[in-house]
Write a protein that binds this ligand. Structure first.
Ligand code: NAP
Length: 251
């Protein structure tokens, strides 16, 4: 029996850990060959590739700081050189430098904006042409409920994530006529390295503010990404799908 994403090639940025790792594994489970991008953690990225290969899938690691335009271009080129095409681009790489605005250093603003938002511009710009040439493609950008609702201590992060939503809607309009969809997934509180060090009190508050009364798992975000990458999602573009246990509704 053929798998739903068989013969598809996916690039997942920041796929060595957390949500990106879960996305890479889920896309591979559905048959896609996966380019596992990472920045620092080669060991973790290699483990993701080994896990995919162990189940008969195809995957490679590519080191690239996706906040750097030339490195993002090289990442996309490596995918094309290895697999010949790109069908799915998941812009997941992200970071935080939480701080109240009055204490935030310029470097903390710049680092978050380049890693979270400029990276999306960089990778989309590099991948758009090969997708347009084939008149097909799926771009899925990982934003956050912080970019929708705002969060004290996260002016940099929330601005980068809100920026991704505006970017996504604009690119969806540009690339829709070429049969390329561009969507966002907005996770709520998900247990990963990014959130592991949050103060216990904040973690508890997160649970209380979430109608489903728990944190989400990386796999639960990956299922939403895999859906948006699937044939079933062909008529969805410019959308932001929240995967947050109901958090962003407030109330
Ligand atoms: P994580 O566990 O900290 O993992 C971050 C990943 O991004 C790692 O694979 C890391 O690679 C990679 N990365 C960081 N900077 C990079 C760069 N400049 N170039 C390439 N890769 C880079 O984070 P996560 O929680 O899985 O978050 C993934 C995405 O989901 C982020 O965009 C985040 O903002 C978003 N998100 C997360 C939550 C949550 O609660 N966890 C909620 C909403 C949105 P290395 O391993 O090599 O360092």
């Amino acid at each position: 029996m053929s798998l739903p994403l068989e013969n598809k090639i996916a690039v997942v940025t920041g796929a060595s850990r957390g949500i990106g790792r879960a996305v890479a594994l889920e896309l591979a489970r559905r048959g896609a060959a996966v380019v596992v991008n990472y920045h620092q953690n080669a060991g973790a990225a290699n483990e993701v590739v080994s896990a995919i290969q162990a189940t008969g899938g195809r995957a490679i690691t590519v080191r690239a700081d996706v906040g750097d335009f030339a490195q993002a271009e090289a990442l996309i080129q490596a995918a094309l050189d290895t697999f010949g095409q790109i069908d799915i681009l998941v812009n997941n790489a992200g970071t935080t430098r939480d701080q109240l605005l009055m204490l935030m250093k310029e470097e903390e603003w710049d680092e978050v904006l380049r890693t979270n938002l400029k990276s999306v511009f960089n990778c989309c710009k590099a991948a758009a042409r090969p997708m347009v040439r084939r008149r097909q493609g799926r771009i899925i950008n990982i934003t956050s409920v912080s970019g929708i609702a705002g969060q004290a201590g996260q002016t940099n992060y929330a601005a980068s994530k809100a920026g991704i939503i505006g970017f996504t809607r604009s690119l969806a309009k540009e690339l829709g006529p070429r049969n390329i969809t561009v969507n966002c997934v907005a996770p709520g509180f998900i247990m990963t390295d990014l959130t592991a060090d949050l103060p216990e009190e904040l973690k508890q508050k997160g649970i209380e503010a979430t109608p489903l009364r728990r944190w989400g798992k990386p796999e639960e975000v990956a299922y939403a990404v895999a859906f948006l990458a699937s044939d079933e999602a062909a008529f969805i573009t410019g959308a932001t799908l929240t995967v947050d246990g109901g958090l962003v509704m407030g109330g």
